[in-house]
Design a protein around this ligand. Structure first.
Ligand SMILES: *[C@@H]1O[C@H](CO)[C@@H](O)[C@H](O)[C@H]1NC(C)=O
Ligand SMILES: *[C@@H]1O[C@H](CO)[C@@H](O)[C@H](O)[C@H]1NC(C)=O
Ligand SMILES: *[C@@H]1O[C@H](CO)[C@@H](O)[C@H](O)[C@H]1NC(C)=O
Length: 344
């Protein structure tokens, strides 16, 4: 059980019983789904119809390695559905995966995002899903983490086109409502550290602008394809303000400039470090590959949840879940990351 669940329950009770509360907790998930590398024509309904008898013990660890999305998708959904999330940022989602999750989450959820290869539906999305009863979408856009941010494009030397999905949202419920906040979701390059540094610098520019414009909280989730320390950690160090950003496209910089002396030292904070340690739980690694459990040679923490240094939020709980079930199926080669964030 997620340690902060009782807190959320208490908060909900407090709200429904009319007690005063100045803030509202948002549970957010970041989950790299692993792209649909073994496509087939099995429908979501067929996957649902073929779910095994839940009272029957599986063949323990009977399955090995990567399974098709049609096998993984119900597990991805189940890994999120019972967690009380109201926001989710995914990575590596091909259009089929986006629409499958939209089907599974149902009409109560909305989503935004575009395929990174053409700005429509080609290539992987970094989509943002939101629960409509709790969150209202004000606006959304996408920009490319390249030298030409406003057109589908690839940074020289990068393995793929890379995109950031940006949303302006309003938290609808709670006595402090409406709380206007910003949520950005992304997936940085796996091959080019220069791309990751540029991307982190661009995200910082955009996040600072949103903090300035809305005065509200800014949340970022992403697969940074690089850890928080070591030789590949430039993106993390830039976005968390430990080293200076690199120069970004001038058109982009001008569009998201803030007046002088506004938020001069803006950066983002790693919510895992901002959460009281007693409420940091679950696993350490967020990437496991499709390897045997406990293969420390591939396990790394490369998926993050951040909050803007302009504040207006409190990190209440942080948990890295698991993608592995007893049948041996890994829902993804990453694990879901959950954060409970109170917005003020
Ligand atoms: C997201 O933004 C695009 C571009 O402005 C817009 O066409 C689309 O309707 C928006 N999505 C939603 C769900 O509002
Ligand atoms: C900056 O980005 C804009 C929009 O994508 C593009 O038109 C322009 O050429 C870029 N500038 C440089 C120097 O690449
Ligand atoms: C910001 O400061 C720089 C350097 O002092 C100055 O050249 C520029 O005009 C200022 N911009 C604004 C919008 O005040």
């Amino acid at each position: 059980m997620f340690p902060a669940a009782p807190l959320t329950v208490l908060l909900s009770l407090a709200l429904t019983s009319g007690l005063a509360s100045a803030a509202q907790t948002v549970r957010i998930a970041s989950y790299n789904l692993r792209y649909d590398s073994q496509p087939d024509s099995i429908t979501v309904q067929q996957s649902l119809d073929n779910l095994p008898d839940p009272l029957q013990a599986p063949t323990y660890y009977g399955k090995k390695g990567e399974q098709p999305w049609s096998t993984r998708r119900i597990k991805v959904y189940q890994n999120l559905n019972n967690e009380g999330i109201i926001l989710a940022g995914f990575q590596e989602a091909l259009v089929r995966q986006v629409t499958d999750l939209a089907t599974l989450f149902g009409d109560g959820w909305g989503w935004v995002g575009v395929g990174r290869d053409d700005g429509v539906a080609a290539g992987e999305f970094s989509p943002i899903f939101y629960k409509k009863s709790d969150v209202q979408l004000v606006s959304n856009d996408s920009f490319w983490l390249s030298n030409t941010p406003f057109e589908p494009s690839k940074f020289p030397g990068a393995g793929s086109f890379r995109i950031c999905t940006a949303t302006s949202l309003v938290l609808k419920s709670g006595p402090a409502a409406p709380v206007h906040f910003t949520y950005l979701n992304t997936h940085l390059d796996d091959q080019s550290d220069d791309q990751r540094r540029l991307a982190a610098s661009m995200m910082l520019v955009r996040a600072r602008y949103e903090a300035y414009k809305t005065g509200g909280p800014v949340i970022i989730t992403g697969d940074f394809n690089s850890p928080a320390t070591g030789t590949d950690s430039g993106a993390y160090q830039i976005i968390t303000g430990q080293i200076a950003p690199v120069a970004v496209n001038a058109t982009f910089a001008a569009k998201y400039a803030v007046p002088n002396a506004t938020l001069p030292d803006f950066k983002v904070l790693d919510l895992k470090a901002e959460t009281p340690r007693e409420y940091v739980s679950g696993e350490y690694a967020t990437y496991t590959g499709f390897t045997a459990p406990g293969d420390g040679s591939v396990y790394t923490r490369i998926d993050f949840v951040y909050g803007g240094s302009n504040g207006k939020w409190t990190a209440d709980a942080y948990r890295v879940g698991t993608s592995l079930t007893d049948d041996g199926v890994l829902a993804s080669d990453h694990r879901p990351v959950f954060a409970d964030i109170t917005l003020h």
